[in-house]
Design a protein around this ligand. Sequence first.
Ligand code: M6D
Length: 410
Amino acid sequence: MNLQSAAIADHETLSRSRDPSQLLDSLNRSASELKVWLHDCALPLWLAEGFHGPDGGYSETLTLTGQATTTHRRSRVHPRQVFCFAEAGNRGWGGEWQNAVERGFDYYDRTYQLPNGFYASLADHEGRVLDESFDLYNQAFAILAYAHIAKAQPHRRSELGPRATQMLNNLKAAYAHPKAGFEEASPRKLPLCSNPHMHLFEAAMACETQAGFDHEIWRAQADDIAELCLTHFIDPESGGLREFFDGEWKPHPDARGRIMEPGHQFEWAWLLTRWAISRNRPDALQKAKRLFEIGEGHGLCPVRKVAVMALLDDFSVHDPLARLWPQTEWLKSAMLLAVITEGQERQAYLASAMRAVHALQLFLDVPLKGLWRDKLKADGSFVDEDAPASSFYHIVCAIYELEDCLARLA
Ligand SMILES: O=P(O)(O)OC[C@H]1O[C@@H](O)[C@@H](O)[C@@H](O)[C@@H]1O
């Protein structure tokens, strides 16, 4: 038995274990290892090689030998990297995070923000905008970054709270859907999508408790998206969450309307659980648990033991590729659901979280520690490509959520 299969066997034995303390011990060990990986390898590497100072911004990718590339940079990468360094700062990481947050975000503002207040979609590595088109997804990440910078750097709160409100007002003025949520474009472009709403939901929940922000408007915004999710994104029969819709928030009539992504079942499960706890909504919690059940029951490849990209609405596998980020969402949702449940139910979530840790570790297992692979193919081999910066936000969030949930379970 080689080392990797020995590790898998070990994880499987533990996952089946009925002894809660053994599972918790194992999760605690993994959490410590992941935190060391994050603080000693990944953050230093992505700061040294992936951040290029006040005039350079953040790289889209690093080669697997740790060199920056000149790949065009999607808008989302900057606020996501800012989120990572701001959160690391909040957690006491000793690197030069202040500079990366402040200068990295200034670069993002200067390079991507358009005169209409929205952020462009793509620029090259020298800061020339290549695609100005509007994407709700990108604006959601800007708002998430505003909230996390304000948390990490109190001196910017009075600037960022009003900027977040202004962004929301701009979004509503230009893209509000007549019924609920937001359009993809103006004039209308179909399908409408749940995914950018998920990130706006995440951002709204970050803003609603952040000092310096208008808690009332963000709370209302989070509530609107949660209700849209409960009434339209989630299929009332199966309980699965769809991706694409027609103009009335009904499943899109072509094949796209049938897609349900396991990673998004987990990601929404985590967000909805947080919202359900905060608003005391047992109905939402039930739906969140069902999302998790679908992700776990239908979205995991039995051979590779990873969450795959896409199912259809009969829960058959539509895309067997496995990306890194769904594994992190599996881990976050399993851990949070473990925190709020008891007995056998908690045990099952902890066992699932252990399997998710292992799935994540598969992607982090590269020679230069601090980097990752992103795509595991159906045949068990990884796509040979550079490490995408955009996955870092998922990894950071999962490692800190694992740590927080374990602390709550101690
Ligand atoms: O595809 P990148 O940019 O790595 O993002 C990773 C993923 O993040 C998730 O939260 C979702 O929004 C996915 O739709 C997205 O693909």
